[in-house]
Design a protein around this ligand. Structure first.
Ligand SMILES: C[S@@+](CC[C@H](N)C(=O)[O-])C[C@H]1O[C@@H](n2cnc3c(N)ncnc32)[C@H](O)[C@@H]1O
Ligand code: SF4
Ligand code: SF4
Length: 262
């Protein structure tokens, strides 16, 4: 079984507070860093069940707020079997948190397998660059084109045909399957929405820690025609509320949209 992309949530913590975050991070009142031993176990179970995943994304919140990532990276990348089971590891960061030295050492050591994607939140996202450059870590500035309006998270009572269309047209269900607390969800919005009880849990996820026939269950999840989370989500309609760059230029709006946490 070959998958295009999977996200591993290493923390729910974030130092920014972006309005309309697709991972719903500002909704967490008591966000936590995930235990790296447990993360490695969950990932091992997952990799054992599949054949290959092209892109493994290390995701948050802000991933570099979890200060224990070096051992996770080392354990994944130094394992010859696992290292063959993924194409690349991408760290997606807001660029405002400089990773600790041990983590930087690992990013450098495995630079043939790891890239850091720095999202663009204006000048504040440059903070990470110096350390990455000095240590020859492979990074690129991630130019998300538009800031998407995810909607008001209310139930839109869409009919099944519409829900199927959402799932079919949404790139998140193809590239952003998400492992959160040992559960594999179809997309990041579903994962965090269910975890936060923002909408009902329709049971359409795979519990990596409990499953008896994981491979079959993952196949079933990946071929679902629709999930109830799409009832609460406006992402695929692509209502572009604002261009990110324009927002960042406008000081007033910047504060309203991407303000830092107190
Ligand atoms: C949820 S963030 C987590 C990683 C990190 N905190 C960051 O912001 O890069 C992952 C990616 O989703 C993007 N993102 C989040 N909400 C978005 C939205 N409403 N529209 C467009 N991109 C969004 C972020 O800019 C980032 O590139
Ligand atoms: S930086 Fe913004 S987009 Fe990234 S996780 Fe934090 S709140 Fe969400
Ligand atoms: S909930 Fe549905 S529409 Fe929203 S990101 Fe996930 S798959 Fe796409």
């Amino acid at each position: 079984m070959i998958l295009t992309g999977v996200e591993l949530v290493v923390t729910e913590k974030c130092n920014l507070n972006c309005d309309g975050c697709t991972n719903l991070i500002p909704h967490y009142s008591d966000p936590e860093n995930k235990d790296v031993n447990q993360l490695f176990e969950d990932l091992s179970i997952f990799l054992d069940a599949i054949d290959y995943v092209a892109v493994l994304k290390i995701m948050g919140g802000e991933p570099f707020l979890n200060r224990n990532l070096s051992s996770l990276i080392n354990r994944i990348c130094s394992n010859h079997i696992y290292a063959r089971e993924f194409g690349k590891i991408l760290f997606i960061t807001n660029g405002t948190v400089v990773p600790d030295n041990k983590t930087v050492d690992m990013l450098k050591k495995y630079r043939n397998k790891i890239q850091v994607y720095v999202s663009d939140y204006g000048n504040r996202s440059n903070k990470i660059e110096k350390k990455l450059r000095e240590n020859s870590v492979v990074f690129l500035k991630y130019q998300n084109s538009d800031w998407i309006n995810i909607g008001n998270l209310k139930n839109k009572n869409r009919d099944i045909t519409t829900l199927k269309t959402f799932n079919l047209n949404c790139s998140n269900s193809k590239y952003c399957s998400t492992i959160l607390d040992g559960k594999l969800y179809l997309c990041q919005f579903q994962a965090h929405g269910v975890n936060l009880n923002l909408f009902p849990n329709d049971g359409n996820f795979v519990d990596l820690r409990e499953s008896y026939d994981l491979r079959e269950e993952i196949k079933k999840l990946m071929s679902l025609e629709y999930i109830q989370a799409c009832n609460y989500c406006d992402i695929p309609l692509g209502i572009v509320s604002c261009k990110r760059k324009e927002v960042i230029k406008d000081k007033k709006t910047t504060v309203a949209n991407f303000n830092e946490k107190d």
